[in-house]
Design a protein. Structure first.
Length: 410
């Protein structure tokens, strides 16, 4: 596969400059001005590669390389280009721009796919806007209903329809749902977002399972007041109740009995946010995951029991909501084996592994046979501006993806 890694690296670097923050920070939140510009940038690359473009009602982008057998279910690949605040330039992007380069390299070598090959750029893989990740692929797979999606609100109280209008999308959200097996297979290329491949000097990870994510939203209402006048025994401080809950999240993850349980209170907002005013309200978003569903659920239950007790003791009102509680995804064994054979034939070191991060593959696995190709990232770092994968590592990942797409589409 003659992968033009120089061109691909330039495109990755150029896309990274389309951000809500100055370089090296990448931030692109659903339908923000930067997200819209990034979408245009990628759609232009798809057009230049001769792909047929369409977008759905929530901004999932589909770019198709038509195959000779239009009746056959296409092969799909793809990832996301949205980025959380203070992110890097490879998360998601490698699986989108890398897939375009994989297709270009197959076109150059004269491959004529029987099955069409469709690149999907998923809308809002990151949870930043509404607190829930994989908005686009959840709606595609039916895991999230249009009704539930219409109840989502961002921190300014704006809903999905408001943001769809910014993205000039007005078709009904119901139209996003995809039919079972509308694709023959889905393969996503992504950086590992963990240290294993680099630590073991392995070129390619082949994902067999994607960990089970969940998100809790917690609204705490205490009693505000003057920081000088309200004496300690009379206080109902919403921040301190939230702080105890955040520590309960950490304790639930640490005492789960599994090293794979991870708990994070990633969002913690307080009001009024004045140094001389007792916090009257707090908003927490809690991310809890494990590779085993039962372990994740047991830890979730511990948090849901601890939080009301903490609030009862502190005289703080609590409203808690499970925003998403997803099962893990098991990747398709045949696809895993195919990638293993491709790596073996190409003399590329490889390892079957679990993904601790979630991806749109978690939901595509509910539509069709799915797996992921991982490449190492420096120090396992991700969701930080210093996230990095080398051109050599990216080139190997794209070459394996290209070989996989060619095989699946023939
Ligand atoms: O949070 C995740 O696992 C993904 O990077 N959105
Ligand atoms: Mn991410
Ligand atoms: Mn990602």
């Amino acid at each position: 596969m003659n992968i033009d890694i120089k061109r691909l690296q330039l495109e990755i670097d150029e896309l990274s400059l389309i951000s809500e923050n100055p370089p090296p920070v990448v931030t692109r939140v659903l339908f923000s001005e930067a997200d819209l510009r990034a979408r245009d940038f990628v759609k232009n690359l798809c057009r230049e590669a001769g792909l047929l473009l369409r977008e759905d009602a929530v901004g999932n982008i589909f770019a198709r390389w038509e195959g000779s057998d239009k009746s056959a279910a296409p092969v799909a690949t793809g990832s996301h280009i949205d980025a959380i605040p203070n992110a890097g330039k490879y998360d998601g992007v490698v699986g989108v721009l890398g897939a375009i380069e994989a297709i270009r390299s197959l076109q150059k070598t004269g491959v004529k796919p029987k099955r069409s090959i469709e690149l999907i750029i998923f809308t809002a893989e990151e949870p930043t806007r509404f607190g829930i990740g994989c908005l686009g692929s959840r709606l595609m797979s039916g895991v999230l209903s249009p009704q539930k999606a219409s109840t989502l609100r961002d921190r300014e109280g704006k809903d999905l329809d408001f943001w769809r209008a910014q993205g000039h999308k007005n078709e009904p959200v119901e139209s996003v749902r995809l039919a079972q097996n509308c694709y023959s297979t889905f393969v996503e290329l992504h950086i590992e977002q963990g240290p294993i491949l680099e630590r073991e000097s392995i070129d390619i990870g082949i994902v067999e399972k994607i960990a089970a994510p969940s998100t809790l939203q917690v609204q705490l209402t205490g009693v505000g007041g003057h920081a000088g006048a309200v004496l300690m025994p009379e206080r109902h401080d919403a921040l301190l109740a939230g702080a105890e809950i955040a520590l309960a999240v950490e304790a639930a993850a640490k005492t789960s009995g599994s090293p794979d349980t991870v708990g994070t209170t990633g969002v913690f907002r307080i009001e009024p946010g004045a140094v001389n005013s007792v916090p009257c309200r707090a908003w927490l978003e809690i991310d809890l995951r494990d590779t085993q569903l039962s372990t994740r659920d047991a830890a979730l239950q511990k948090i849901e029991e601890a939080a009301p007790e903490i609030c009862e003791r502190r005289g703080v009102k609590i409203e808690m909501n499970r925003l998403n509680v997803d099962p893990p995804a098991i990747c398709d064994a045949n696809l895993v084996q195919m990638i293993s054979t491709i790596c073996k034939d190409a003399g590329v070191s490889h390892k079957r592994m679990i993904s601790r991060a979630y991806h749109d593959s978690l939901f595509m696995a509910q539509i069709c046979p799915t797996t992921m190709i991982f490449i190492p990232c420096r120090g396992g770092v991700s969701h930080r501006p210093d996230e990095y994968s080398s051109p050599e590592q990216i080139e190997k990942g794209v070459a394996v993806l290209a070989a996989m797409l060619a095989q699946l589409a023939e």
